[in-house]
Design a protein around this ligand. Structure first.
Ligand code: SF4
Length: 285
């Protein structure tokens, strides 16, 4: 210990160093700042009031090796429908498919969110070997309550149209693109159509009708897989998977726009001609 410190201070420093030694602290750095008031800076002697301790810090835990990035699939995983067969499975069954099988496969369907608000699934109704199939958009309130298609006001108009063709409802088959009622009677959303339409396709393939009549834009766009407006092809014969297909206006539209009934009647007369039904005689003027 240098002699330059007063004895009392030396003693204090020694005591303090011993104290630090007892604590296991042996390394000290001299203060590089300004000296204590009244003292010259000392290069080599530790200053008891400015000791900076090198505390034995715990050794840093070695960093874990960086994780290899998990390979990311190029496409999102296939979401499997919670119940029932996939579309490809349904396609395999087409040859021997029956409406009963299709209804069983549909089950108590929860494949899209429309199931949350439905009362009854509206599968379809009519002759399983019909020559003529009508396809609408989706059930309304009356259909949802009864589980039958086209039984409300629009349905009554459709029934009148069928009878005007010289047929009964039991002669034809009637169904919709989606089998549960969309809330507020809105149009079904694309994912709802995508979930439900495989069953419609199976129904058509099972029935094998000669003619399909699409009632409204949703049915026509779904079956034809087109985004074209219905007015661009309404009343024209189209070919779809070996069936003759005609798109016409939905009866609900006719209730709002009665003059369009004349267009629909012209379309239905083309259907009658195709089915070999007797056309109404033209009145002599
Ligand atoms: S609309 Fe069709 S797919 Fe959606 S829950 Fe109803 S039956 Fe299932």
């Amino acid at each position: 210990m240098p002699e330059r410190f007063p004895v009392s201070l030396q003693q204090k420093i020694e005591d303090r160093l011993r104290y630090y030694e007892d604590l296991g602290i042996r390394l000290f750095y001299t203060d590089r700042g300004p000296g204590l008031v009244g003292h010259e800076p000392v290069a080599s002697a530790p200053s008891p009031t400015h000791v900076i301790e090198e505390i034995a810090l715990p050794k840093p835990t070695p960093k874990p090796a960086p994780l290899k990035p998990t390979p990311v699939a190029a496409y999102p995983p296939l979401v499997v429908a919670p119940t029932g067969p996939s579309l490809f499975e349904t396609m395999d069954k087409v040859k021997d498919d029956t409406l009963l099988n299709i209804r069983e496969d549909l089950g108590d369907c929860t494949r899209c969110k429309l199931h949350k608000g439905r009362n009854k699934i509206v599968f379809g109704d009519g002759n399983p070997k019909a020559q003529l199939v009508f396809v609408g958009e989706g059930p309304g309130a009356d259909e949802d309550a009864q589980g039958l298609p086209f039984v409300g006001r629009a349905g009554k108009l459709l029934t009148q149209m069928i009878e005007a063709m010289g047929l009964q409802r039991s002669d034809v088959y009637i169904c919709n693109v989606v089998k549960c009622r969309p809330p507020e009677n809105r149009a079904p959303e694309p994912e709802e159509v995508a979930a439900c339409s495989p069953f419609l396709m199976r129904q058509i393939d099972s029935i094998q009708p000669k003619v399909i009549v699409c009632l409204g834009a949703t049915a026509a766009k779904t079956i034809l897989n087109t985004t074209r407006g219905i007015s661009q092809f309404r009343g024209e014969w189209l070919e779809w998977r070996g069936h003759k297909l005609m798109a016409t206006y939905h009866p609900a539209y006719l209730l709002r726009n009665p003059p369009a009934k004349a267009d629909v009647w012209k379309d239905l007369q083309k259907v009658m001609a195709e089915l070999g039904l007797q056309l109404p005689r033209k009145s002599k003027s």
